[in-house]
Design a protein around this ligand. Structure first.
Ligand SMILES: Nc1nc2c(ncn2[C@@H]2O[C@H](COP(=O)(O)OP(=O)(O)OP(=O)(O)O)[C@@H](O)[C@H]2O)c(=O)[nH]1
Ligand SMILES: [Mg+2]
Length: 304
């Protein structure tokens, strides 16, 4: 493994929601607040397991898109992960989006190691999702994207800034989902969640990514609403406090801060406030944290 920097590219048409995604994840965006179009590329660096990653937010206005395609080496070489963002609330622009993706794919398809490509069906807002045309459009678009990349395996995710826990999951899976630890920790969480009527649990390893998570398959709308408030707390949480608790709209949310090896992480979980009997007591939690730390040491995360 080399010590090079991990390069992550977020691309898509103007107004697709790319900058909102990044700012939601690193908690610098007031969800619902105003945001201006990105001029050319904005880079953000972050640390992960002792290595460095850099996020490239490719402003999507026409003039910038032409420049990237013309000076493709400068912009697209060395990409490890590509997220292509589609605005699901703007079907008229699907053809334009597909065309842009196709041109980029022609440039990156020979990269080695191969680029991990993910499609984000963005603005799939939880409140409108099921009653809208979005699920149908997703089916159609997936066939088109798959047709462009042929045999390459690509990931498809529904995202929305109004469901930030799910957004974090979508961004994390392509990068960390193939780590054995991700699956091990997710399994520990699923088991623990079942025993204690927990509706959500994740392990947060930096300001962007998670290493394992559990969530009910179809979370209640109430939970998603409450989780927005919870998510805003992530930014202001006092990392020196071992346990932080919040109550939002009938849900109890807990953030536990811990260290293992040289890393800090937080274990986050939520359950319905009405659920008093099965909630985990300190011994239960100690047991889970012990298991997580042990697995962490056994499968030291190594990325590059
Ligand atoms: N409903 C909804 N609106 C969103 C979502 N994400 C972003 N938006 C809105 O979409 C608009 C464009 O968002 P940006 O993040 O600036 O889009 P961008 O892709 O960075 O645009 P460029 O920088 O021009 O390429 C803003 O008004 C956002 O508030 C979402 O998940 N749902
Ligand atoms: Mg932008």
């Amino acid at each position: 493994m080399t010590n090079s920097t991990m390069k992550i590219a977020i691309v898509g048409l103007d107004n697709a929601g790319k900058t909102s995604i990044i700012r939601t994840l690193n908690r610098t965006y007031d969800i619902g607040g105003s945001i201006t179009p990105t001029k050319s590329v904005e880079r953000t660096t972050f640390g992960l397991f002792g290595s460095e990653g850099v996020l490239w937010d490719f402003g999507g206005q026409q003039e910038y898109r032409s420049t990237y395609l013309k000076e493709s080496d400068r912009y697209f070489s060395g990409i490890g992960y590509l997220y292509f963002v589609v605005d699901m609330q703007d079907p008229r622009r699907f053809p334009e989006a597909l065309d842009y993706f196709k041109r980029i794919y022609e440039i990156i398809h020979n990269e080695f190691p191969p680029v991990i490509v993910s499609i984000l069906y963005h603005k799939s807002d939880p409140e409108i999702l099921e009653a809208s045309e979005i699920p149908h459009h997703i089916q159609q678009l997936s066939l088109e994207f798959q047709g462009i990349v042929e045999n390459l395996e690509i990931g498809f995710y529904r995202t929305s800034i109004f469901d930030p826990l799910n957004l974090m999951n979508a961004i994390s899976l392509p990068i960390l989902g193939s780590q054995p630890l991700y699956n091990i920790i997710s399994m520990l969480m699923a088991e623990f969640a079942m025993d204690h009527s927990i509706e959500y649990m994740n392990l947060q390893v930096n300001e962007l990514l998670e290493l394992g998570s559990f969530r009910l398959k179809t979370p209640k709308q109430d939970f998603i609403k409450a989780s927005l408030d919870f998510y805003k707390q992530f930014a202001s949480v006092d990392a020196s406090t071992k346990k932080n608790e919040y109550e939002f709209e009938g849900y109890k949310f807990v953030i536990l801060n811990r260290d293992v090896l040289d890393y800090n992480y937080s274990l986050n979980y939520a359950y319905s406030s009405g659920n008093k009997d099965e909630v985990p007591n300190p011994d239960d939690l100690q047991g889970l944290l012990g298991q997580i730390n042990q697995k962490f040491e056994e499968y030291r995360p190594a990325l590059f």
